[in-house]
Design a protein. Structure first.
Length: 92
């Protein structure tokens, strides 16, 4: 089960949709998780970089990398825990 403060990165949406999902989660929580696997790991890192640079004050983050068995192969996974507060509109 995925919590409300968790954003799963897939390959079907634009980067901006994932950033928006993270910002909506920051309206309720001061900590969110960003999850991705396989080719979507790069997108998760891009989302983190944009959130840190543009949208989040005093970001603190922890990155866990792993792999899981998927079908007949192993797939890389990433879990990013991001803590911070949204910047006000004047700060952006």
């Amino acid at each position: 089960m995925v919590d409300d403060n968790t954003v799963k990165i897939g390959s079907k949406k634009e980067l901006s949709k994932y950033i928006t999902a993270c910002l909506v989660s920051f309206d309720k929580y001061d900590t969110i998780k960003i999850l991705a696997r396989g080719n979507n790991v790069k997108t998760a890192i891009d989302v983190l970089a944009i959130l840190k640079r543009v949208y989040i004050d005093n970001p603190e983050y922890d990155i866990q990398v792993d792999s899981e068995h998927f079908g007949e192969r192993n797939v890389s996974t990433i879990e990013i825990t991001l803590k911070g507060t949204k910047k006000s509109k004047e700060e952006k």
